[in-house]
Design a protein around this ligand. Structure first.
Ligand SMILES: Cc1cc2nc3c(=O)[nH]c(=O)nc-3n(C[C@H](O)[C@H](O)[C@H](O)COP(=O)(O)OP(=O)(O)OC[C@H]3O[C@@H](n4cnc5c(N)ncnc54)[C@H](O)[C@@H]3O)c2cc1C
Length: 359
């Protein structure tokens, strides 16, 4: 990856992709395959977006996306062929379920028969593999766009013009895309139409808490993860990182990723990390039916825009009918639902829309 921090030089390319999550990266590869010059702008230090990995105190864990669904043609082609690596692993143990009464049951056999992919050292590996041959400016948040009739100028948060390009592909969660469009200079009828569409999508917040103990504190389980089946428990998901791959934790340790349900997350958003770790340990103890001591290590990730509400998704065709004549395109999980394999497919699809509009 040609990865750089924002600098004072304006860059020119045929397409600027805003956001280097999996949708932006997948789109960039399609555009590059069609000989277009592409630059990606990423707000964070790393690519991958919500499919990310943290390395702390000798633990390696995924606070966002947990696994990638197998048996999906668009993402299988990327994972198993184009970006094939021996680091890709299918999680061996199944997912079981639990309900609001803390009753744990065997999971859906058909679902558990499908491969669930991850990477030995975390899902960030996918983003890093995909970014290798691309030009990505990290630490570069795009704050606004200005329409040049035709083309676009992109401005960073320090109001520096960082690029002038004929086409822009925005791959942010819809509320962030809406904020970008609201701050931008573009024909007001286009701006109003885009804001009306983007405003339809609602994202749920989610607190993700990592908790680690010596393995003796938690006996082996027949599952690698538990999912709440009745959506009425404060915990929505719980996974053991060492069951994804043993290399993720030091020998004889266990690390749980606990995702808290949207209502619980909202109500506890402002709690400090230690209080969240303590409250989550109590919830996990009750769920698993055993008293766990205070965790030896904990970490909290706050996702204000974790997953789009299924009933509020965008219709790609309608949005692009409005924006494509201006060289403006959108992608990401706001069109598909919060899944890595769907965001990858959506990234590719949006790139083909952009290519088609140039003919
Ligand atoms: C807690 C959690 C659990 C999940 N579990 C799963 C799972 O188990 N399986 C699964 O398949 N999916 C899961 N998902 C969903 C999955 O992670 C997402 O659907 C997918 O990663 C979305 O990719 P994307 O590229 O559309 O968006 P993102 O990953 O959000 O990428 C957008 C990128 O844009 C960057 N950005 C934002 N604003 C700007 C700006 N102004 N300028 C420049 N860059 C900007 C962001 O930093 C980010 O890197 C989960 C998500 C979360 C949060």
């Amino acid at each position: 990856m040609e990865s750089r921090r924002e600098d004072a030089h304006q860059r020119s390319a045929e397409v600027a992709v805003i956001g280097a999550g999996v949708a932006g990266l997948a789109a960039a590869h399609v555009l590059r395959d069609h000989a277009l010059q592409v630059i990606l702008y990423e707000r964070e230090e790393r690519v991958g977006g919500r499919a990310t990995t943290r390395v702390r105190a000798g633990f390696c864990f995924d606070p966002g996306a947990q696994y990638i669904h197998g048996n999906a043609p668009a993402s299988d082609a990327l994972l198993l062929q184009r970006f094939a690596t021996s680091e890709l692993v299918a999680i061996a143990k199944p997912v079981w379920t639990f309900d609001s009464q803390n009753r744990i049951r065997e999971g859906d056999r058909r679902q558990n028969a499908l491969p669930r992919w991850t990477y030995r050292y975390g899902l960030l590996t996918l983003g890093e593999l995909m970014a290798r041959e691309l030009t990505v400016y990290t630490h570069c948040e795009i704050a606004r766009l200005a329409y040049l009739r035709p083309g676009w100028r992109l401005f960073s948060t320090s109001d520096q013009a960082v690029a002038e390009v004929p086409n822009v592909l925005v791959t942010l969660p819809a509320p962030e895309a809406a904020a970008l469009i609201a701050a931008s200079e573009l024909p007001s009828e286009l701006q109003q139409a885009l804001l009306a569409e983007l405003g339809k999508v609602h994202y749920r917040p989610l607190l993700s808490v990592a908790l680690a103990w010596p393995r003796s504190a938690l006996p082996p389980t027949p599952y690698y993860a538990l999912v709440n089946s009745d959506k009425a428990h404060p915990i929505s998901w719980l996974a053991r990182e060492e069951e994804k791959s043993p290399e993720r934790v030091p020998p004889a340790w266990t690390l749980l990723i606990v995702q808290l349900a949207p209502d619980y997350s909202r109500a506890h958003w402002s709690w400090d990390n230690q209080a969240l770790a303590t409250a989550t340990t109590t919830l996990v103890s009750t769920l698993l039916g055993q008293r766990l001591p205070a965790a030896d290590f904990y970490d909290v990730q706050r996702w204000p825009l974790a997953l789009p509400e299924p009933g509020t998704l965008l219709e790609a065709e309608a949005l692009h009918r409005v924006s494509a004549p201006y060289g403006l395109f959108f992608s990401g999980d706001a069109f598909t639902g919060g899944r890595v394999h769907l965001a990858l497919a959506q990234g590719k699809e949006s790139a083909f829309r952009l290519l088609a509009s140039r003919r």
